[in-house]
Design a protein around this ligand. Structure first.
Ligand code: SAH
Length: 347
């Protein structure tokens, strides 16, 4: 059975499901989910992420990780945690960038939080050469009781969201239902009652969509509580916005092109933009003293990406030069990832 037929059967028996439930199944169904079976990344996949664009991205994250470790007083036994590590490229580059930092590799134990068995396998293959203690978890629930430095790139955008829309009858939830045997977006028949909505409902205009991701908030609360108890910091990079910003950001991508969300379920990536204000507030309420949101451009420049690019250019041939320059532009250009992608740092 395809995932589409599985969903149709479930909806015809039990009624429409939330967009959150739909996303969770489309991305993570143990058999049919997108991340369980596809090879999403790179030129031949569906999309390219920053660590896959250039090694410089992971190196700059490495600079940040190293500086946090030093600010923590170089703890002898600490955890470097990555959420949603994809093919493991970012962690590989961070470990390479910190290789010569005295004591770092001796003191670090790496934890990878990954729900997809197929991607866990890919990550193991890539990181196997490092002589470091690395282990895998499927959720961030039970973390080692040590100072912890967390990194995550394009993780929160894959977590399920709910969508609501303001109608003349009140605020209704957008659901996935059936219309004439095909999957369609429908509205809940009763008014929605999420506490998050109460805060914003005056500001939403008629027919506007508002999104919320309780799953993201839950993960951020777990991490922030852990960091505030054990010491540490977190770096979260994603395509996203700060409130108040309303609108429908749910999107599917297949072969580097936008795709209809309800078509080819399990064959296309589905994401939503990340609400950085909500994540920062969750970190604050759970005890993290610092929360700061800046653009990817500012973050990478602060960490020295332009200096690093210059250094790499010195040793590069003509073809490599072009590639270094174009990837630098993709990562920090205002009309590229530089402004759209944001970085939340909590400590
Ligand atoms: N960070 C990588 C990959 C981003 S894609 C990069 O930048 O290239 C999203 C990643 O998050 C994938 O590895 C996916 O399997 C993982 N993921 C998605 N939902 C998850 C969840 N609920 N728990 C753990 N990992 C998840």
């Amino acid at each position: 059975m395809s995932l589409e037929n599985f969903l149709k059967k479930q909806i015809s028996q039990q009624g429409p499901i939330s967009i959150a439930e739909f996303m969770q199944l489309a991305l993570m169904h143990p058999q049919y989910g997108y991340y369980q079976k596809q090879q999403p990344f790179g030129e031949t996949g569906d999309f390219i992420t920053a660590p896959e664009i250039s090694q410089m991205f992971g190196e700059m994250v490495g600079v940040w990780v190293a500086s946090i470790w030093q600010q923590l007083g170089c703890p002898k036994d600490f955890c470097l945690l990555e959420l949603g590590p994809g093919r493991g490229v970012l962690m590989d580059d961070v470990l390479r960038a910190t290789k010569h930092l005295d004591g770092f590799h001796k003191c670090v134990s790496v934890v990878m939080v990954e729900q997809s068995a197929a991607l866990q396998q890919k990550q193991k293959e890539r990181l196997n050469p490092w002589n470091i203690n690395i282990h895998w978890l499927s959720t961030a629930e039970k973390l080692p009781r040590k100072p912890t430095i967390v990194i995550a790139n394009e993780f929160f955008d894959a977590l399920p969201i709910h969508q609501f829309i303001k109608t003349p009858q009140g605020i209704r939830e957008k659901l996935v239902g059936l219309d004439n045997h095909s999957l369609e977006f429908v509205l809940s028949s009763a008014n929605a009652s999420f506490s998050y909505l109460a805060h914003w409902q005056e500001q939403i205009e008629m027919n506007q969509v508002i999104e919320t991701s309780p799953a993201s908030i839950h993960v951020m609360e777990q991490l922030a509580e852990h960091i505030s108890q054990m010491g540490g910091a977190g770096l979260f990079i994603d395509y996203g916005y700060e409130m108040p910003a309303f609108g429908d950001t749910l999107q599917a991508v297949k072969n580097h092109k936008y795709h209809e969300v309800l078509k080819d379920i399990g064959e296309a990536d589905i994401t939503a933009h990340v609400n950085f204000t909500a994540l920062a507030e969750a970190a604050k309420f759970t005890g993290c003293k610092q929360q700061q949101v800046i653009s990817q451009k500012d973050f990478l420049k602060n960490m020295g990406i332009e200096v690093r690019a210059k250094e790499l250019l010195k040793k590069a041939n003509a073809k490599q030069k072009l590639s270094i320059e174009s990837s630098l532009h993709r990562l920090i250009g205002d009309a590229e990832m530089g402004k759209l992608f944001k970085v939340l740092m909590v400590a």
